[in-house]
Design a protein around this ligand. Structure first.
Ligand code: C2E
Ligand code: CA
Ligand code: CA
Ligand code: CA
Length: 275
């Protein structure tokens, strides 16, 4: 019952968030923008804290609005998710990012890319087959792609969610739990999913250097990840101090403005060549 209540609260919050978005766009304009190929992936580097090496990048959707310039996900993701239209965007981001990754691999840069997956996609039994086809068609393998699924989505009781996560894992995709610490998973639930990466939410990382309590939470998360033999990733790393603390705590990977903001492909190509 408690988890049902929490779930209800969360879904209500989500609805409120979506309704109060100032820069929210009309669904029909968003779909028209997708049709007109106005969406592109931005890339945010992920760096190994021990070696300073680039180990991957997160793919983040951006809309090049013809009149308003670059629009971030908060302007279009909620509308697409709530109307069951998110898959078209997911496939387009995956395809464009995979093409870019194949070029990097051809030039000898063998990192991986992380793509965000919505809860609704875990209800589609054909999802694993569809995205495997997209990745293979450009000459990559699923093991080059990390799928980020929010903690809340991963723990959902949606009929096919767990089955679909297993299917994605069997295909060779790497599963990552996104926004870890903001959901309501139990240790027991966590062990049911074959995930290989834990992304500690930026709300914990932000206060890491000033709050003893946050440091303990982050340290425990890193420790748990290691005991489960999965990678720990900290997102929202904004300062040298955060970086140092995370390194000292043994966190594997860092991502955040301290390293680089999400950037378009041309800038990311430069970033890769200079690192
Ligand atoms: P997320 O998956 O938690 O992505 C991390 C967000 O934190 C990104 O926001 C990123 O730009 C931002 N960020 C990165 N480093 C820092 C930092 O150091 N400080 C701060 N304050 N923020 C940082 P963005 O790009 O606006 O994306 C927001 C959310 O939209 C993402 O949260 C993700 O849930 C969703 N999203 C983005 N692209 C896609 C997509 O293609 N598909 C789906 N389903 N969701 C997406
Ligand atoms: Ca993410
Ligand atoms: Ca996140
Ligand atoms: Ca988030």
């Amino acid at each position: 019952l408690k988890s049902m209540l929490l779930k209800y609260e969360r879904s209500e919050n989500k609805w409120l968030d979506a309704a109060s978005i100032a820069d929210g766009f009309m669904l029909k304009d968003i779909l028209q923008g997708i049709e007109a190929d106005e969406f592109e992936p931005f890339f945010q580097p992920k760096i190994d804290l021990a070696t300073d090496q680039l180990v991957g990048a997160e793919v983040l959707a951006r809309w090049n609005h013809p009149r308003l310039g670059v629009v971030g996900p908060h302007g279009f993701i909620p509308q697409l998710e709530q109307t069951n239209n998110i898959e078209g965007l997911t496939f387009m981001m995956l395809e464009k990012a995979s093409l870019a990754l194949r070029d990097f691999h051809d030039k000898g840069h063998t990192f991986s890319l992380s793509v965000n997956i919505s809860l609704a996609s875990l209800d589609d039994t054909a999802f694993a087959d569809k995205i495997t086809r997209i990745v293979r068609e450009v000459g990559l393998e699923p093991n080059h792609i990390i799928l980020e699924i929010t903690e809340t989505a991963a723990m959902s009781y949606a009929a096919h969610a767990l089955e679909n996560l297993t299917r994605l894992c069997m295909k060779g995709f790497t599963l990552s739990i996104d926004d870890y610490g903001t959901g309501y998973s139990t240790m027991q639930q966590l062990t049911r999913i074959a995930f290989s990466e834990l992304k500690i939410d930026q709300s914990f990382v932000t206060d890491l250097s000033d709050s003893e309590a946050m440091r303990i939470v982050v340290e425990s998360s890193i420790e748990m990840a290691h005991k489960l033999q999965v990678k720990s990733v900290a997102e929202g790393v904004e300062t040298q101090k955060d970086w140092n603390t995370l390194k000292r705590l043994g966190c594997d990977t860092a991502q955040g403005f301290f390293i680089a903001k999400p950037m378009n492909l041309a800038s990311f190509v430069d970033f890769v060549h200079n690192n």
